[in-house]
Design a protein around this ligand. Sequence first.
Ligand SMILES: Nc1ncnc2c1ncn2[C@@H]1O[C@H](COP(=O)(O)OP(=O)(O)OP(=O)(O)O)[C@@H](O)[C@H]1O
Ligand SMILES: [Mg+2]
Length: 508
Amino acid sequence: MGRITKRFPGVIANQAIALDVKAGEIHALLGENGAGKTTLMNLLCGLYEPDEGEIRIFGQLMRFRSPKDAIAAGIGMVHQHFRLVESFTVAENIILGQTKGLWRDSPQRLHAHLQTLAHQYSLTLDFTARIWQLSVGEQQRVEILKALYRRARVLILDEPTAVLTPQEAQDLMATLRHLAAQGTAIIFISHKLKEVMALCDRVTVLRDGQRVGTVAVPQTTEQELAQMMVGRTIKRQRRTDPPERLPQTEPALILKQLSVMGDRQHLALRAIDLAIYPGEIVGIAGVDGNGQRELEEAIAGLRPFSQGELWRTGNLAHIPSDRYSMGLLTEFSIAENLVLRDVQHPPFQWRGLLRLAWIRKYAVDLVQRYLIRTPSVQTRAGNLSGGNAQKVVFARELTRHHQVLLAAQPTRGLDISATEFVHAQMVARRDAGTAVLLISTELEEILCLSDRIAVLYEGRIVGMMDGASADVHQLGLMMAGKTAVGHAQLADQTPSFYPAEADRRTRD
Ligand SMILES: Nc1ncnc2c1ncn2[C@@H]1O[C@H](COP(=O)(O)OP(=O)(O)OP(=O)(O)O)[C@@H](O)[C@H]1O
Ligand SMILES: [Mg+2]
């Protein structure tokens, strides 16, 4: 890619950017939220046309008028937000848009071919499952397989590990190394420097739509990369202990023998007992797919219980793991998204009329406070970069009056500074007396923030430990289902009394 420029109304997303990637190379693209990474890759995969500049593949000048052209030229992209048809099966999604193909007419041969491909790259998948039934990690495997099926020679992955567990990320990295060894050029976008150092050959860093530089991994360090990204040095925040809990404090959120069905008609949560007190962060550790999504949805009131009870004192703020289907209206403006949950109340409304000037002023203030990068508050939320979209949800939820905060994968896709900011905000909420439930597949995040850690495995809480003294090794074993703690040891987690003022929900 040479001297690529792409402008959007009010933003220069890419400014005269040069990028060269060799066959067999894994090339990282780094940069803060809104730096222009996704845009550059959208140009390469034919979603947009550059305003200026050129794209060459194996020396040949290309002009992509649509993603079809780019696919034909051997470019495959696994997007930051997947583009799968929810109601179709895995196999249907993979062949979607293929008008002519060797296996088109024979489902048996298609399946056999997909099995071989999947096996070759250790991508375990049930081809007859429908997309909406899959976890995010599984959906990503579908996207990768789809690109491989179309014989991609250049494979672009936009923050692929953001949605994966450490083990899944390891597996993906093995797959990518394997692909590169066979000559595929891989472009890998990530906010995780450790991963970039472990996996990639070279790194190109973007900042504010411009290329800062390209360096070879053996010749650089995490610190240098971080500095190139933000243009200054950053320091890590330390976790602090919570204020002492008063002995008489009642839990703000209680789950009592809660059981919930998953989408595949299996029991996704099995008799969960959990109590969260004001002023503490309880982290739910676990490998993705062990009931996290169902737990989140049940607490948020988006999924019925099959058994048990839920008690909650006060309002719930919810940072959803899937910000696009649960958190944001992409066709609406940033300002509209920021007031979404309270627009029917004052001060946003008065005598049935929306107070637009008020809403605008409020939105401008939040955009500044939460460092949301956008040309204006009237911009469509769908046009924000991935990380900035997450900041909009975060800003809206944290400014609502709440006593319980449910944060599911709150920093997924956020850059280093934004992650630090979100962590600091969560600790501040806790110190102000909020009961915080953090569901995260990032073990580092769980360890850094939690006052108590519960381990979720196959829908059960198999262990509970103190955050400050948690043993990483034991935590890892529990997450893998290796050491289950007996129920008796967990029994003291259930409070013997229930708050009088709480909202109580039972089997719906
Ligand atoms: N379709 C669009 N319309 C208008 N502006 C856009 C559009 N797509 C991207 N932008 C803007 O271009 C800039 C770069 O966005 P981009 O998505 O490329 O960032 P990014 O580096 O991928 O960030 P992140 O790490 O948050 O995903 C942002 O300011 C974004 O708001
Ligand atoms: Mg992006």
